[in-house]
Design a protein. Structure first.
Length: 175
């Protein structure tokens, strides 16, 4: 998504920001923020217009995008890049009106979600639809493949896969 948005929107930089404590995943098993930040850094290494930002990881308590956006200077133009699945649920986010008031929304196609799904949620003119492929790769897909004994090679950068394996994030427990 970052690559497509960078080129299509003419962005100066794409900032990847792992959530510190994602409130919508409370009660779910989520890898530690420090591991997600390190995997982000490994995934984007060598791309000069990509950067990792730790501001949510370094913050205490639940992290909300609205709060994070307010940490940027008021005159800085911001774009939040989302998959169509996340964009179609944006109205469930804490203070989502502040998010869409502070930043433009760019949306990447995702399998099972159409532009119309996103327009129903955000309005026809409330976002930019990115011209990219519908990739069905997510943390959930990777975990399901691992649990099923299926390979994940080429589904994420090798450095990320190796790090996750080294720290035990992709360990599949058997009975």
């Amino acid at each position: 998504m970052g690559e497509v948005a960078y080129w299509q929107l003419g962005l100066d930089v794409v900032t990847f920001m792992p959530a510190g404590a994602p409130w919508q995943k409370s009660g779910s098993s989520v890898s530690q923020a420090r591991h997600r930040l390190q995997m982000t850094r490994l995934a984007i290494a060598g791309v000069p217009y990509f950067e990792a930002d730790a501001r949510e990881v370094d913050r205490d308590g639940w992290t909300y995008t609205a709060d994070t956006l307010h940490t940027y200077p008021a005159d800085e133009e911001l774009v939040v890049i989302l998959g169509a699945d996340a964009a179609s649920r944006l109205a469930t986010w804490e203070r989502y009106q502040e998010v869409i008031g502070r930043a433009s929304i760019a949306v990447m196609p995702r399998p099972g979600f159409t532009r119309d799904n996103v327009a129903d949620a955000l309005g026809e003119d409330g976002f930019t639809w990115l011209d990219g492929p519908e990739l069905d790769i997510s943390g959930t897909v990777i975990r399901e493949r691992l649990e099923g004994g299926k390979p994940i090679r080429f589904l994420l950068p090798e450095a990320v896969r190796a790090y996750a394996e080294t720290v035990g994030l992709h360990r599949v427990e058997t009975a």
